[in-house]
Design a protein around this ligand. Structure first.
Ligand code: ZN
Length: 312
C-alpha cells in the first residue's frame, strides 16, 4: 500500500463556499495556516495535489443535463438561489463546484488500488441528481462512485457528518452495490429530516444501508459506540473502495447542529473507519463535508491527516 496521504490543495478548490454564509472559505484558511507549520515535518507522508484533470463531462455521470445547465445559468447571472434558500448562487459558483467534483473524482481514481486521499472541499452529500440542497451544488460523492464502480464493484460509503447524507442515500437506496453506513443527528431535530433507522434500503438493496440516529447532545462516547456497529454491518460484505464523509459539524459548539462530540473521540472515530479500509486492503478517500467552526475544522483535519500518517 502507498505510504502517502494525497491531500488536495488548489486555490479554486479552496474557494468552495458562499459569501456571508456559514459555509465560507475561512475554514480552509484555518487549515492552511496550521498546515504551513507542519508541512516540513510530514513531507514524506503528505503529498499535496494541486493539479488534476477536470471536465464538465464528469458531472453527467451523476447529474441531469437540465440541472447542470441550470447551475451554469445562475452562475453566470450571479444571483438567486440554487435551492429553496440555503444555497445561494454567485458568479463562478458553477466553476468552483465543478473543481470540487473533479478533486474527489481524481482522489478516488488515484487511490483505487490502495492508499489514502483527502479532499477537504468535498463531501457534498445533500445534492441530488437534479437539484441543489443544503450548501451542496454538485454531488462529488455521486460522481466519484460512478467513476469507480465498474472497477470497485461494491463501494462502502460512510458518513459521520451531523446531517443525513440524503443525496447519496436516496440516489442509491435501491442499489445493492453501494453500501451505506450513516450516523447523524436524529431527523426529528435536524435538516434534512430524513435518515430514520428503519431506512435500510429498498428492494434487493434491503440490508445494504444503515442509518443510525443520535439524539441532540450525543457525546463522543456515543459516537465511538455507534461507529463500532460498522463491524457487524460489513461482516460477510465485499467492497473494493471506501469513501468517508467526515463532516465535523457534530463537534461541540457547532452553530448549525446540536451534537456534543469532543475532538479526541471524533478523530478516534475517523481513524477506526480508515482502519477498515486498511484491513481490507482497499483505497479510501476522506471528504471534509460540513463543519461550521473554522478553527475546529482546521485543527481536526490536521489531526486526522497527521494521525493517519502515523498509521501508514
Ligand atoms: Zn452537515
Amino acid at each position: 500500500m502507498s505510504r502517502k496521504v494525497y491531500l488536495y490543495i488548489n486555490p479554486i478548490l479552496f474557494k468552495y463556499g458562499f459569501p456571508n454564509h456559514p459555509l465560507n472559505v475561512e475554514r480552509y484558511q484555518e487549515f492552511l495556516n496550521r498546515f504551513d507549520r507542519i508541512r516540513d515535518e510530514y513531507i514524506d507522508c503528505i503529498v499535496e495535489v494541486n493539479e488534476f484533470r477536470c471536465s464538465e463531462s464528469y458531472l453527467k455521470l451523476f447529474h441531469t443535463k437540465g440541472y447542470i445547465e441550470y447551475v451554469k445559468r445562475l452562475s453566470e447571472l450571479g444571483s438567486g438561489f440554487l435551492d429553496y434558500g440555503d444555497t445561494p448562487a454567485y458568479k463562478g459558483v458553477y466553476d468552483v463546484s465543478l473543481v470540487s467534483v473533479c478533486a474527489t473524482r481524481d482522489a478516488v481514481l488515484k487511490t483505487i488500488d490502495g492508499g489514502v486521499a483527502v479532499n477537504l472541499a468535498g463531501g457534498w452529500h445533500h445534492a441530488f441528481r437534479d437539484r441543489a440542497s443544503g450548501f451542496c451544488v454538485f454531488n462529488d460523492i455521486g460522481v466519484a462512485i460512478e467513476s469507480i464502480r465498474d472497477v470497485a464493484l461494491n463501494i462502502l460509503y460512510i458518513d459521520i457528518d451531523a446531517h443525513h447524507g440524503d443525496g447519496i442515500y436516496y440516489s442509491y437506496e435501491s442499489d445493492p452495490n453501494i453500501l451505506i453506513f450513516d450516523i447523524h443527528e436524529s431527523p426529528r431535530f435536524l435538516f434534512p429530516g430524513t435518515g430514520y433507522s428503519y431506512e435500510t434500503g429498498k428492494g434487493e438493496a434491503v440490508g445494504t444501508k444503515v442509518n443510525i440516529e443520535v439524539m441532540p447532545g450525543a457525546d463522543g462516547n456515543i459516537l465511538l459506540n455507534e461507529v463500532r456497529n460498522i463491524d457487524e454491518f460489513i461482516t460477510e460484505k465485499e467492497f473494493g473502495y471506501v469513501i468517508i464523509q467526515a463532516g465535523t459539524d457534530g463537534i461541540s459548539g457547532d452553530p448549525l447542529t446540536h451534537l456534543d462530540y469532543d475532538i479526541d473521540s471524533f478523530v478516534k472515530a475517523v481513524k477506526y473507519l480508515v482502519s477498515i479500509a486498511f484491513d481490507r486492503g482497499v483505497g479510501v478517500t476522506l471528504l471534509g463535508g460540513g463543519g461550521y467552526q473554522p478553527k475546529v475544522f482546521g485543527e481536526v483535519w490536521i489531526r486526522i491527516i497527521t494521525e493517519i500518517c502515523g498509521m501508514l
